[in-house]
Design a protein around this ligand. Structure first.
Ligand SMILES: Cc1ncc(COP(=O)(O)O)c(C=O)c1O
Length: 454
């Protein structure tokens, strides 16, 4: 029965916060409401450092940009400014927030499909680096650049659709490159082709390495045509592990879901090679001439740009929900549903017709902790629902084994939710305000926190 709990990998400092400072968690929930997202900018900074270490070890000229879409909190944008890395944005609001956090326009990258004129103009005004998605977008940008009458050229990368991404809607096809070169050459007074970019779905390090080589080949081609370009941007997509391998394997066989719910598949919650280690593998990828990507970047004095989102947020956030009540599931002998204060919109995976598999933790409130060990062996199988009128509003369809019966005011903590889980899909459904976020510092003896002003 125990195997119904798939223990989430949890940073030791966060584990200790939840074990030693339960009262603090209750205090925050009481004062700031449920759900409450806790953010850990120091862990985010450690992740930045780990990526930089790999690049420095390979002696590679680089630019790291945090993919802002992965979390809306402003504390992470501020941490980027402190660590002197850039931010990848895809909307006017994200652009403004990056500037407000203290990121220089030069360090802002703009991605996304055919961007609107306002966003392109904002990027032009601040000298941001624009990843061009199509020939028509390039033509629009040329018009805007000519109108802007700036002395410097507008910095662009041509976003390529690599061979492994044939079905993607993003980027230029290889066949469109010649025309893109012609346009860049014709309008070279206004447009500065700085290099090439791509972003791959999935987490294959081999595909990322191959794409990197392909982008370098384009650089060589463009340089032969007279362009002074020297940047390649291989996007994000560095994996994270939420579960140990054995829990992940067990979770794939697990079948006890509320309403006999079935899923076509799950996000890969375990990955053998993650974050900076995945980058290491990418840099070691060889081309047909047996040259490693890192070696080629060094030899050609190119700048490697990366846009990790999820991997920089690994372990940098958890989401707390208070329990409103729990009831047996009719028609079962031993299954229950707990209702929490909050919605599954605060756990995005649930809205991709899938399940966030790492088990949440039940943190009993002081009143609900049994006075003595009852010696009871049984575990309670509990699915977790949101407090809306939507039948599908389930935070966990899976019946999770808890050692205690969830009671009013207990807390349920989902671990490692900063990357895309906590706020990508949040809405004001039922006229509720979006959940609050606090940035928590766990350094030293004292815990300090601050409301995030996103
Ligand atoms: C262009 C671009 N760059 C970077 C990212 C970040 O990817 P990840 O969070 O997987 O690192 C994305 C994600 O969709 C993207 O579209």
């Amino acid at each position: 029965m125990k195997q119904a709990s798939f223990d989430a990998i949890c940073h030791p400092q966060i584990q200790s916060l939840m074990q030693v400072n339960k009262d603090k968690l209750q205090e925050w929930i009481n004062g700031l409401g449920s759900p409450l997202h806790l953010l850990f900018p120091e862990i985010f900074k450690q992740n930045i450092f780990a990526f930089k270490q790999v690049l420095d070890r390979h002696n590679i000229n680089h630019k790291l940009l945090f993919a802002k879409k992965a979390n809306k909190a402003q504390c992470f944008a501020a941490a980027c400014a402190q660590q002197q890395i850039g931010i990848d944005v895809a909307s006017i609001a994200e652009f403004e927030l990056a500037l407000a956090a203290g990121i220089k326009g030069d360090d802002i990258g703009l991605s996304g499909p055919h961007k609107c004129d306002r966003l392109l103009s904002l990027a032009i005004a601040h000298n941001a680096l624009i990843a061009i998605d199509s020939l028509n977008e390039l033509k629009d940008l040329v018009c805007l650049a000519r109108l802007a009458k700036q002395t410097r050229g507008v910095r662009i990368l041509l976003r390529i659709r690599p061979q492994s991404q044939k079905k993607s809607r993003f980027g230029l096809a290889t066949a469109e490159l010649d025309q893109a070169f012609s346009l860049c050459f014709q309008w070279r007074e206004h447009i500065y082709l700085q290099g090439f970019s791509c972003h791959l779905s999935g987490y294959s390090t081999a595909q990322r390495g191959e794409a990197g080589h392909q982008l370098i080949d384009y650089i060589v081609q463009a340089q032969q045509l007279g362009f002074k370009c020297n940047h390649i941007n291989i996007g994000g997509g560095f994996a994270v592990s939420y579960l140990a391998d054995d829990s992940w394997q067990q979770s794939l066989d697990y079948e006890a879901f509320h309403g006999s719910k079935t899923f076509a598949g799950f996000y890969p919650y375990h990955n053998p090679c993650t974050g900076p280690d995945a980058l290491e593998q990418v840099l070691q990828q060889k081309n047909e001439q047996q040259q490693m990507l890192g070696q080629r970047l060094r030899e050609l004095s190119l700048c490697l740009m990366l846009e990790p989102g999820r991997a920089l947020l690994d372990q940098a956030g958890i989401s707390l929900f208070s329990v409103q009540g729990c009831k047996p599931v009719a028609g079962t002998s031993d299954c229950h549903i707990a209702t929490v204060k909050g919605m599954s919109f605060s756990l995005s995976e649930q809205w991709f017709n899938s399940e966030f598999l790492p088990s949440p933790l039940l943190i009993p409130s002081r009143e609900n902790i049994p006075l003595a060990d009852t010696g009871a062996e049984s575990l309670y199988k509990v699915a977790i629902g949101g407090n809306t009128c939507l039948d599908d509003d389930m935070l966990s369809w899976r019946f999770i084994s808890f050692e205690q019966y969830p009671k009013k005011q207990d807390l349920i903590a989902y671990i490692n939710t900063a990357g895309y889980q906590m706020d990508s899909n949040e809405s004001a459904f039922h006229s509720t305000s979006p959940p609050r976020k606090i940035a928590v510092s766990l350094a030293g003896e004292t815990i300090t926190w601050q409301l995030d002003n996103q």
